[in-house]
Design a protein around this ligand. Structure first.
Ligand code: ATP
Length: 369
């Protein structure tokens, strides 16, 4: 299991300075609305590649206060136990000035790539905003899928970033009419390779996760199933990856009028259904939440089996929208899971399903007791 043991925040959202020791496997942050519970989960989510649990711009994360520096920092010590051996390390991230929109991730004090950061720390989250995951645009669903994929394939974030950079470069050149066909072909080759790799990693995660979900180990949470709606995925089901890359290269080369790529992994959509085939988009809020809970519980089990350590689960008000049966079942599942769980609740009685297994920390504006 990989777990955080300390967390230090500097000028991060509502926290001027926080130095928190985390002893427990299950930590519940309890406090009133606006006290800073989600801010803390967000800080932890930024130790992994990406824009974190709210998808915020990095400059927005800096504490807004007259004496604040304009930058922010999150630093953690972690302990990863694999086969009875524990490795301790530090991860840190932040920006120094308010104008910066790039951040570094430091592993034991040294800058590392997104892939190395992801190989050392993975987290998955469930937030109240995700109750709209299946009624809003596909990009949030892709981000959810990519977060799950990243826990299995640490290079996935770099593949997505490389595809997006190449696609943006191609768009720019086509829009400005400055494109040299040979140079465009080089960019399109890169796009084709990254598009196939991104889709293959997503499909691999989905296939493995569907098998784990089908076991129904987390009943009454449904044995949900995932599908990737994407023409690249359809091709990969019947053709080797190299043939799919060739198809994409040809497609991109013959569609240089419209700037945006005609077939892109960044247009794919994730479809989630329950065991009866009911699509999450048509299910009630509670049913959708139950499908997502089933998904992340199965995912934690799968990643533990394959990588030896589960992602840290960041659960913002996880018991809301669930009926009593599902609340108790979630509490039981979390107490049995081989993963660190950091969750939030506005009221102590919401934490009853966790029994005595959770350490409750009280959050008041910018401080934790
Ligand atoms: N950049 C910032 N600088 C200073 N304060 C901020 C910043 N961003 C957010 N806040 C403050 O943080 C608080 C919100 O914290 P957070 O979202 O963590 O609350 P919460 O405890 O999760 O609340 P709820 O129970 O309502 O979800 C708000 O009071 C907001 O004004």
């Amino acid at each position: 299991m990989t777990r955080l043991t300390t967390l230090r925040l500097t000028d991060f959202r509502s926290y001027a300075a926080l130095d928190l020791r985390i002893e427990a496997r299950i930590v519940a942050l309890q406090g009133p609305n606006g006290s800073g519970k989600t801010n803390l989960l967000e800080a932890i989510s930024l130790l992994a590649p990406g824009r974190g649990l709210r998808g915020a711009k990095f400059a927005e994360l800096a504490r807004r206060a007259p004496a604040a520096s304009g930058g922010w920092a999150v630093a953690a010590t972690l302990a990863a136990t694999l086969a009875d051996e524990t490795r301790r390390f530090t991860l840190g991230t932040g920006i120094e000035t308010s104008g910066a929109d790039r951040r570094k991730i430091l592993l034991d004090g040294d800058p590392v790539t997104a892939a190395i950061a992801a190989a050392n720390f993975a987290c998955v989250w469930l937030t109240p905003q995700m109750d709209r995951l299946f009624t809003e645009g596909a990009s949030a669903r892709r981000r959810f899928l990519d977060r799950l994929t990243l826990a299995l394939a640490p290079g996935h974030a770099s593949e997505v970033a490389a595809f997006e950079a190449a696609a943006a470069n191609r768009n720019r050149q086509i829009e400005q009419h400055t494109a040299d066909p040979a140079w465009l072909a080089v960019i399109e080759d890169s796009m084709a390779r990254h598009a196939a790799a991104i889709t293959a990693a997503r499909l691999d995660l989905i296939a493995r996760l569907n098998k784990t979900l089908a076991l129904g180990s987390f009943a009454p949470f449904p044995a949900a199933q995932m599908t990737l709606d994407c023409p690249i995925a359809t091709r990969l089901a019947t053709e080797p990856a190299l043939a799919v890359e060739d198809w994409l290269r040809r497609l991109y080369a013959t569609n240089r009028i419209e700037p945006s790529a005609p077939v892109s992994p960044q247009r794919a959509d994730l479809i989630l259904t329950d065991a009866t085939g009911l699509a999450a988009a048509l299910a009630s809020t509670g049913q959708q939440r139950a499908m997502l809970v089933a998904t992340i519980l199965a995912h934690a089990t799968l990643v533990t089996t394959l990588r030896g350590t589960a992602p840290v689960l960041l659960l913002d008000e996880p018991f809301v929208h669930l009926d009593a049966t599902h609340r108790m079942a979630l509490g039981t599942a979390l107490t049995r899971l081989d993963a660190q769980i950091i969750c939030t609740a506005t009221d102590r009685d919401q934490l009853t399903p966790l029994g005595s297994d959770a350490t409750i920390l009280n959050v008041t504006h910018g401080a934790i007791h």
